[in-house]
Design a protein. Structure first.
Length: 313
């Protein structure tokens, strides 16, 4: 089982092309806060990225670079740090993000091209990967894992030479790009202990979580899980908490309720069936656990989700 893919799928992480920027000479493009995560892919030329604040932080981007920013913070793309030339106003940028159109800016013919992608996810799912990433994740061209640079080049080609079903290809590539960003970043960083990504560093905990994900409805206890893995209960409990920051029981409860929330929104299955599918034989017990996690009962949660247009039906 691929745990990362499992969590990404459940949390509904999806990328869409926000806009493209074609710029030359002196230019700047302010980007307001948007989406859960924003990714800029420099397919040609170079640019500077500045996170806005009392003391803006600047970093240089070159062709092939990809930078991801969590929570879509307000920032600016420009031809130089602190440039005062604001060729594209916020209204132009906002309209482009809404329509997917290209932003043409600058005092000279375009020699810099940037693709901007917005990633969204289901905020109600507690098991998330995006939240474990750094505020700014910058992978330079040539530094990514195998295939990363190929994906960036494919994005550039699809954008510069539109062909049949190009939008479908691009939408697939931006989802691939996110996974490759995570793959490229993980080997360069340590200190995942206590977050979901800690599971990737401990084979025992990884195996334990695979069991929980594969059969969440089984009446798992830490003792039963330890027996299945042929280790002592104390060893499993200690290493699971150290890696993930939760006990096996707490993680299983969270995972079960995430699964239940998605199923409540996406199907018409009776609450009894949803409860049983995630390991609760008692509907009252399921309702109490769900209410503690989501602040409302399963029935009211389903109704609210449908009223907000979140059902998949």
């Amino acid at each position: 089982m691929d745990l990362v893919a499992d969590v990404l799928e459940l949390s509904g992480v999806r990328g869409t092309i926000g806009t493209r920027t074609e710029a030359g000479g002196h230019w700047s493009v302010p980007v307001a806060g948007c989406a859960v995560a924003v990714v800029h892919v420099v397919t040609a030329g170079s640019a500077w990225l500045g996170l806005q604040g009392s003391s803006p932080r600047w970093r240089e981007l070159a062709a092939g670079d990809v930078v991801l920013m969590l929570d879509g913070p307000a920032h600016v793309l420009s031809s130089a740090p602190a440039t005062s030339t604001s060729v594209a106003g916020p209204d132009v940028v906002g309209r482009a993000f809404g329509s997917g159109e290209t932003i043409h800016v600058g005092s000279q013919p375009a020699d810099t091209r940037i693709l901007t992608i917005g990633y969204e996810c289901d905020h109600t799912v507690r098991t998330q990967i995006l939240g474990t990433l750094p505020e700014v994740l910058h992978i330079r061209g040539g530094d990514g894992e195998g295939g990363f640079d190929d994906t960036v080049r494919m994005l550039g080609r699809e954008l510069s030479q539109p062909r049949l079903a190009g939008r479908a290809v691009l939408n697939s590539l931006v989802d691939v790009l996110l996974v490759q960003l995570v793959r490229s970043w993980l080997p360069t960083r340590s200190g995942h202990q206590g977050t979901w990504l800690g599971v990737l560093a401990d084979p025992l905990v990884h195996s334990a979580m695979e069991r929980l994900h594969a059969e969440p409805a089984l009446p798992w206890t830490t003792t039963r899980l330890a027996l299945a893995l042929d280790v002592s209960r104390a060893t499993l409990a200690r290493r699971f908490v150290a890696a993930v920051g939760q006990s096996p029981a707490a993680y299983l409860t969270q995972w079960r309720l995430d699964l239940a929330a998605v199923r409540l929104r996406g199907t018409r299955d009776p609450v009894e069936a949803v409860a049983a599918a995630v390991g609760y034989q008692s509907v009252p017990a399921f309702s109490r656990a769900f209410a503690r996690s989501r602040g409302t009962t399963p029935g009211r949660y389903r109704t609210a989700a449908r009223d907000n247009g979140r059902s998949d039906e």
